[in-house]
Design a protein around this ligand. Structure first.
Ligand code: GTP
Ligand code: MG
Length: 594
């Protein structure tokens, strides 16, 4: 798999994100080292007690003469054990605090990144995949700080401390026991190579599963309409099974290595018995030292046994961090120019296209070519053309959702590339073709672009868009909660709420993309009347299929294969007797008078 290059290493990236908490993490790490070193005190005291009071030459006499020393050693053992428990407790709290704060911080940062991305980003990433990054992947990152780092330090500290202690007691026995360490390194190296790709695959499967679930839940109406529940359930079962299988396979990788590690771990007491026993018999070590070796054997064996788990978790973190960092370091290509013009006043609403051509980044096919037109302030421009001819693509260039491949789009005679995105977009009211309402009240949806909008104004804009009548009839009126994506409203009702939302920001430029297509003729007439009587100046760019919507426009543009083929008023275009005149004939069923 291709390695992604990021400005920071994974650990460096975590370091950046624990700013203000670094001191606490370092103290926690020192705490980990400390409580692991303290592990040695109990066997150390045991060794002293055994040698002095239990097995030494004058054990009995020592015990009688230094009874208080014996009890002091026992009390010290209890005291240190309690102190150790306290350090472990505080340590775990500190790791948890740091990891949760980092998680919170990165998640907010990531959400902001996603929120501010451009259209290309949303074309590229699937919702389920992004959700996985914000949830499961981030949790793997948190787990790395809270558990993996602690475990690595714990294993190292314990191993180092015990090794030093072993060497200080008996070099020969220490060497024989630690001779197994290189074997463990080889095993770890091989395991890491095998398990790393498995974790990447596992993470992909997880994202696929989330995507399938998300698409099915949000698209449930289509599933129901086609009675495809069984098919979707089977499909999900397949993805879920693949995920479970991959999970199992990943876990099982360690099983292949585990017997080797276990053998090494089980060999340790044998080495101790054999070498230690011999040394004991040759009087090269004391019984107390032997007890200390024996009592600490677990401190060498445990890190060996834990290695698989730690490496597994580290690889899970590594695969997840790649995905999170990809979004973390991504930059939208459409951003404010460094010298973007500040336009504090209200735009007067002139829109001009100068020889604009456009194609989507992911395809070479030209969608628009040589588009030039002017919409003067206050004018209504209608855009018509058959489906797929590029109408939606054209209007998306005005708020700079995309940038033209060549040519210029100007608002108030300024190239949109030179304007501040926020100022440009807050001046444009847009009702998109694919209506998306939030699961909120109708009132909240209308006031989406201006949260200070008064109740009266919400009603006023709902009247403009002929929505007030049906909203008033609802039991909860404007407080009615609409479901996700506007579930619970008819297509035409959704369109009218979306129009009210676009109008509510009092835009200088209003863009309607097929916004009244699902509204009956009578209501549409009412909307058109309101639009011509708005109490603020506004240039309107309206995409529509119906002649009744476009007839009164100051200018009608006919788009064919991404080019403007006809341009003029209703009467002018009828005289032209081209595509528009044919459309009139088709829709009215009348021969047009030329
Ligand atoms: P209707 O809304 O159906 O009336 O069509 P339209 O005139 O609004 O067409 P639109 O501008 O949406 O699409 C014009 C062409 O661009 C079509 O051939 C689409 O297939 C293509 N297109 C639209 N969106 C995308 C996109 O995100 N990526 C790519 N590669 N092509 C796109
Ligand atoms: Mg369209």
């Amino acid at each position: 798999m291709k390695e992604k290059r990021f400005p920071r290493s994974k650990i460096g990236w975590i370091w950046d994100n624990i700013k203000g908490l670094r001191g606490m993490l370092i103290i926690a790490m020192i705490g980990t080292v400390l409580y692991n070193f303290l592990q040695l005190t109990v066997p150390f005291f045991s060794q002293l007690i055994v040698d002095r009071f239990l097995t030494g030459e004058n054990a009995g006499a020592n015990f009688d003469a230094h009874r208080s020393e014996f009890y002091t050693l026992i009390a010290a053992m209890i005291g240190i054990t309690l102190l150790r428990a306290l350090i472990v407790y505080l340590d775990c709290m500190a790791y948890e605090h740091v990891s949760q704060r980092a998680l919170y911080r990165i998640r907010n940062f990531l959400f902001e990144k996603i929120e501010r991305q451009d259209m290309h980003f949303y074309n590229e990433y699937r919702t389920g995949d992004l959700m996985t990054r914000l949830t499961g992947d981030l949790d793997a990152v948190r787990h790395n700080i809270a558990w993996v780092i602690r475990m690595i330090i714990e294993c190292f500290a314990l191993f180092t401390a015990v090794s030093i202690y072993f060497f200080s007691m008996n070099v020969k026995l220490a060497l024989c026991i630690l001779a197994l360490a290189p074997v463990i390194f080889v095993i770890v190296f091989c395991f890491r190579k095998k398990v790393a790709p498995m974790h990447q695959l596992l993470r992909e499967k997880h994202a696929q599963m989330n995507t399938a679930a998300q698409e099915n839940i949000s698209g449930n109406r289509v599933v129901k309409a086609f009675s495809r529940e069984d098919h979707e359930i089977d499909k999900f079962d397949q993805i879920n099974r693949e995920y479970a299988e991959t999970n199992k396979k990943t876990r099982l990788v360690w099983v292949k290595f585990f017997p080797f590690v276990e053998t090494c771990a089980n060999l340790l007491p044998v080495v101790l018995l054999w070498v230690g026993g011999t040394l004991l018999m040759q009087d090269e070590m004391t019984m107390g030292e032997y007890v200390a070796f024996s009592g600490l054997m677990w401190a060498i064996a445990n890190p060996m046994r834990l290695l698989g788990n730690i490496l597994n978790e580290f690889q899970r973190f590594s695969a997840a961090a790649d995905k999170v960092m990809e979004i973390y370091y991504s930059e939208p290509s459409i951003v404010d120019a460094p010298d973007a013009i500040d336009h504090p006043d209200r735009f007067i609403g002139k829109v001009e296209f100068k020889d604009v051509s456009f194609s989507y980044e992911d395809s070479d096919l030209p969608v628009l070519s040589g588009i030039s037109f002017v919409a003067n302030p206050g004018e209504t421009i209608a855009i018509m053309g058959e489906t797929g001819c590029g109408k939606t693509s054209l209007i998306q260039l005005i708020p700079r959702f995309y940038e033209p491949t060549s040519g210029e789009v100007l608002v108030d005679d300024l190239n949109v590339n030179t304007l501040k995105l926020r100022q440009l977009r807050t001046s444009i009211g847009m009702a998109t073709q694919d209506v998306l309402l939030y699961s909120d009240t109708i009132d909240g949806n209308i006031a989406y672009g201006d949260s200070n909008l008064t109740k009266e104004n919400v009603v006023k804009f709902a009247r403009y868009s002929a929505a007030d009548e049906f909203v008033s009839k609802m039991p909860d009126g404007y407080n009615t909660i609409v479901g996700e994506r506007g579930v619970g409203l008819s297509g035409g009702q959704k369109q009218r709420i979306s129009l009210a939302r676009a109008l509510a920001i009092r835009p200088s430029i209003l863009i309607l993309d097929d916004t009244t297509s699902a509204v009956d003729m009578e209501t549409e007439k009412q909307i058109q009347k309101s639009l011509s009587e708005l109490d603020f100046p506004c240039t309107k760019i309206i995409i529509a299929q119906r002649i009744s919507t476009t007839k009164k426009a100051d200018k009608i543009l006919i788009l064919q294969d991404g080019k403007i083929s006809e341009e003029g008023t209703h009467d002018e275009l009828i005289r032209k007797n081209g595509y528009y005149a044919e459309l009139v004939r088709l829709q009215t069923g009348q021969e047009v008078i030329q």
